[in-house]
Design a protein around this ligand. Structure first.
Ligand SMILES: NC(=O)c1ccc[n+]([C@@H]2O[C@H](COP(=O)([O-])OP(=O)(O)OC[C@H]3O[C@@H](n4cnc5c(N)ncnc54)[C@H](OP(=O)(O)O)[C@@H]3O)[C@@H](O)[C@H]2O)c1
Length: 251
């Protein structure tokens, strides 16, 4: 299986790339930080290739996917793990943050998909997109409005692609809280957050039970992604949710 993982330099995307690579897939790892990608490619093993890609730049998306297809000899699976989540109240969100959120979480996903489409059509492959419980399973979390709104747009984008190209598999992967792996595989999702605002928001997310406090083992996510991609376009997997299991008290 030849898989391109976008957003493979840290967190969940890095875990998926290294996990699939170690499991025998040929993987291309895309993101902006090349030193991180080189480390991750080594960890993935085999013939893993690190390729620089900025999803907010159309030429970069086209060039990186073309290089990945050439070096892997085709593409059977695309995983879009790229994502940013600005922490700010809606009243404080500026236009630049809105634009960056949509460029990274939505437009970039479409540009990368467009570039990969001929390869996925040829292989009867599947594209999977990491989205959030806050876009479909809970109301938007206060402070993460731009994130939830852009992920809801991503959810719709996946449906739109499926409508125009039914011969390719398009799967929305609804992901719950997950810390990723260790070291450079740890999630950096909240790295740029204002700690004061985060401290203010956290009790609200907990009180409203949007955040359960349970964390998902990233190995489960890797297994699910592997299964979704191996099913290919013959299976109908429009949406798969992978969330932490909170065991209720026994009866
Ligand atoms: N962690 C969770 O609990 C959780 C829960 C639900 C959903 N998710 C989703 O899972 C995905 C991964 O999240 P994470 O927690 O692993 O976050 P993360 O550690 O911050 O990883 C984000 C990845 O996106 C890449 N990226 C950001 N901007 C980019 C750009 N312009 N061009 C190319 N790549 C870019 C980053 O690489 P560079 O900076 O090197 O470019 C990095 O590899 C996201 O879509 C997130 O919404 C995460």
């Amino acid at each position: 299986m030849r898989v391109v993982i976008v957003g493979a330099s840290s967190g969940l995307g890095r875990c998926i790339a290294t996990g699939l690579g170690q499991g025998g897939a040929s993987v291309a790892l895309l993101a902006r930080r090349e030193d991180r990608l080189a480390n991750a490619a080594r960890e993935a093993g085999g013939d893993a290739v690190p390729i620089r890609c900025d999803v907010t730049d159309e030429q970069s998306c086209r060039g990186a996917i073309a290089e990945a297809a050439e070096r892997l000899g085709g593409i059977d699976g695309l995983v879009y793990a790229t994502g940013i989540g600005a922490l700010a109240l809606l009243v404080d969100l500026d236009a630049e943050t809105w634009q960056r959120s949509f460029a990274t979480n939505v437009t970039g996903a479409s540009l990368v998909t467009a570039a990969a489409l001929p390869h996925l059509e040829r292989s009867g492959g599947t594209a999977a997109y990491l989205t959030s419980v806050s876009a479909s399973e809970t109301p938007p979390w206060p402070g993460l409005g731009a994130y939830a709104v852009s992920k809801a747009a991503l959810d719709k984008l996946v449906e739109a692609w499926r409508g125009e190209h039914p011969q390719v598999g398009f799967t929305r992967l609804v992901v719950g809280e997950c810390a990723g792996g260790e070291g450079e595989s740890l999630t950096e999702f909240s790295a740029a957050w204002d700690p004061d605002l985060a401290t203010e928001m956290l009790p609200i997310w907990m009180a409203r039970e949007y955040m359960t406090g349970a964390l998902m083992d990233v190995a489960e996510l890797v297994r699910v992604v592997d299964t979704v991609l191996r099913c290919g376009s013959s299976a109908n997997l429009p949406s798969v949710a992978v969330t932490p299991r909170k065991v209720p008290p026994t009866l």
